[in-house]
Design a binder for this molecule. Structure first.
Ligand code: ATP
Ligand code: LTN
Length: 330
């Protein structure tokens, strides 16, 4: 079976529709027929200022949501990054393989550090992609299911793996990004030209899985629309409507052209009501399941501890091979 690995940061009280449609939905699909490893990357969350009580809470809420969204601990290895210290071990090796200029070109670092102000951005934000490369390469995966914004980090990971293999001998599987053509970038519904984001979202434009059905209904009904009145997919002229069409289609399984036909001659209002209904009904049982899972913290921790124990075994094999090929005395 081919292996799959991906990660998500516990940086907010809820995942949003972009996280789900861009990434986690594919995680769920790939658990069948693949050996899947999914990681809550809490060490990555430390690259920005964090509150200890919040980090703990958000790690658990992330686990509960992943399970509620369909990640099965029987099919997948679900684990917490910090519980597998091999990530730090290989992270250092990856830092030593990366050029300073190469790391400086990472657009996520440029965006996030310019927001923080270059001087207050943490060094960990700069080395973030090398830790991510380690997250991936430790498990020798074929595929890494992520949203479009992660393409550059996966490209760097491939470069680092290839470089290491060429210099020190075959050690790492070169992974491929698994990015959907549609839904790889869900936009903020108030600012439909910017990605829906946990950290920089507009609040009102971010549809959160853990939000109440009432709150999400209201948000979608007040989504920004575009000039004109036709419900038509056109990213340039109608970014707002196109984003809502993408969301509806991804959740309802209907094609965009089928939706355009249904809403031909109707107004934006009717369309937004339909989108709101699809989203709210899709998320309702998921939120309820996550809330239920959060009531039994011990059960959640058991699942994570078991996953981390399995992950450590695989990760240690890669660390051993890496050290051996580097000439580290074992
Ligand atoms: P932040 O905005 O704080 O960087 P995030 O919302 O991007 O956080 P991450 O934990 O960094 O969340 O991402 C988890 C996964 O969700 C990644 O695979 C990422 O590519 C995907 N993802 C995030 N936002 C979107 C989006 N708007 N559309 C599609 N996929 C997304
Ligand atoms: N950088 C990613 C999160 C992430 C990840 C990973 C994704 C950390 N490690 C390994 C895939 C594989 C993000 O910001 N979305």
């Amino acid at each position: 079976m081919k292996r799959v690995l991906s990660g998500i940061q516990p940086t907010s009280d809820s995942f949003h529709l972009g996280n789900y449609l861009g990434a986690v939905k594919q995680w769920v699909e790939l658990q069948d027929g693949h050996d899947a490893f999914y990681c809550i990357v809490d060490l990555h969350a430390l690259t920005v200022e964090t509150d200890p009580a919040l980090l703990r809470k958000r790690t658990l809420v992330s686990a509960a949501q992943l399970l509620a969204l369909g990640i099965s601990p029987e099919k997948s290895t679900l684990f917490v990054q910090s519980q597998v210290p091999q990530h730090n071990q290989l992270g250092w090796i990856m830092e030593c393989m990366t050029g300073f200029g190469e790391a400086s070109r990472m657009t996520q670092f440029k965006d996030k550090s310019s927001k923080a102000g270059a001087d207050s951005a943490r060094v960990g934000l700069f080395t973030y992609p090398m830790l991510q490369a380690a997250d991936i390469l430790l498990y020798q995966p074929h595929y890494v299911p992520v949203g479009e914004d992660q393409r550059q980090h996966i490209e760097l990971t491939r470069d680092l793996a290839g470089r290491f293999n060429a210099r020190y001998g075959q050690t790492f599987q070169i992974p491929e990004a698994y990015i959907l053509k549609t839904a790889a970038k869900i936009n903020d519904i108030q600012e439909p030209t910017a990605k829906m984001s946990k950290s920089s979202g507009s609040g009102a434009g971010v549809i959160e899985i853990m939000d109440t059905p009432e709150a999400n209904l209201k948000k979608i009904k007040s989504a920004v629309t575009d000039a004109g009145r036709e419900v038509k997919f056109d990213v340039v002229e109608k970014p707002g409507i196109s984003n809502l069409l993408t969301i509806h289609s991804a959740l309802s399984g209907r094609t965009i052209s089928d939706l355009e036909n249904e809403f031909a001659g109707k107004g934006y209002g009717d369309f937004k009501t339909a989108v709101a209904e699809v989203v709210v009904e899709y998320l309702r049982p998921i939120r309820a399941k996550a809330v239920e899972l959060l009531e039994d913290e011990k059960h959640l921790l058991d699942i994570l501890h078991q996953g981390s124990a399995k992950a450590r075994v695989v990760a240690q094999e890669t660390v051993n091979a890496t050290y051996k090929n580097l000439g580290v005395v074992l």
